[in-house]
Design a protein around this ligand. Structure first.
Ligand SMILES: Cc1cc2nc3c(=O)[nH]c(=O)nc-3n(C[C@H](O)[C@H](O)[C@H](O)COP(=O)(O)OP(=O)(O)OC[C@H]3O[C@@H](n4cnc5c(N)ncnc54)[C@H](O)[C@@H]3O)c2cc1C
Length: 241
């Protein structure tokens, strides 16, 4: 896979701590929802570092869309979230990954479980479902600390309101908005259960977020009887984590 230059053509804040970037490439083969790209930054003294970012949307338009969560003490994410300017170029290679992907031709039910920025590749799956006219039932359980941290809030609301057989549930881990009966807490087994979404119905499960989030959700899913072979995970933690 070769590195190529990608140019930033659009950027907008997703939340106070995250920014969605649209990058344009000369050559892009298209991708499957769930795949990611690698970005490489090289300093004037030759020091170079790279990070992976999930595709928030897939298509073969020659543009890729990413959403970057700024980590205050991070080396790369503050630059991408705050400094990369329209017209700037950055090295990119991809698409990468063949396991954590959803095939729009697959009709099995799909249970998506996201923690924080882990929603990015799962949003690519929801968007691909819509653009492919797939009828596969989808349920997204999306854990955020508080309401202001929800990515793609408007579009998720629209998907929930108009999508047939698509359900989106936002759960709050720190502060629940007024009117929400569930007290703020981490994703629990009860959040992963819903009529029609029992393990016996055999949904494919995609879990994405920090290493700790992915491990605790996977354990809960297995405890509920989901077949570990049908649980696919992506960890966003530090490399090796
Ligand atoms: C396949 C894959 C896809 C990814 N997709 C996305 C994406 O769509 N959006 C996105 O924002 N990030 C994504 N990430 C995470 C991303 O690659 C970087 O790890 C992240 O941006 C932090 O990089 P940094 O250089 O700012 O922080 P670093 O300088 O690498 O780390 C700074 C500090 O934060 C800790 N840390 C590193 N990464 C994380 C993390 N993800 N969560 C919490 N603490 C962390 C480190 O231990 C360290 O203490 C993805 C990671 C993988 C492996």
């Amino acid at each position: 896979m070769r590195w190529q230059l990608a140019r930033l053509v659009d950027a907008h804040p997703e939340t106070a701590t995250a920014r969605t970037l649209t990058l344009e490439l000369d050559s892009w083969p298209g991708a499957l929802p769930g795949q990611h790209v690698d970005l490489r930054l090289t300093a004037e003294d030759g020091y170079s570092t790279q990070r992976s970012y999930s595709l928030a949307e897939v298509g073969d338009s020659g543009r890729v869309r990413l959403t970057i969560q700024r980590l205050a003490d991070g080396e790369v994410s503050p630059f991408l979230a705050d400094e990369l300017a329209i017209g700037d170029e950055i090295e990119l290679r991809g698409p990468v990954g063949g396991w954590f992907v959803w095939d729009p031709a697959d009709t099995d039910p799909v249970l998506l479980v996201a923690g924080g920025s882990g929603v990015v590749p799962l949003m690519a799956m929801l968007r691909a479902r819509r653009s492919s006219d797939s009828k596969a039932p989808f349920r997204l359980v999306y854990s955020v600390r508080q309401q202001a941290d929800v990515y793609y809030a408007e579009e998720l609301g629209e998907i929930a309101a108009t999508g047939r057989d698509v359900e989106t549930v936002i759960v709050y881990s720190r502060v629940a908005p007024p009117g929400i009966a569930r007290s703020a807490q981490r994703v629990m087994a009860a959040d992963l259960q819903a009529p029609g979404w029992e393990a016996g119905n055999g949904p494919r499960c995609y879990v994405c977020g920090s290493t700790g989030f992915v491990e605790s959700v996977t354990q809960a899913l297995v405890h509920l009887g989901h077949d570990p072979q049908r649980i696919r995970t992506e960890r966003f933690g530090p490399s090796g984590g």
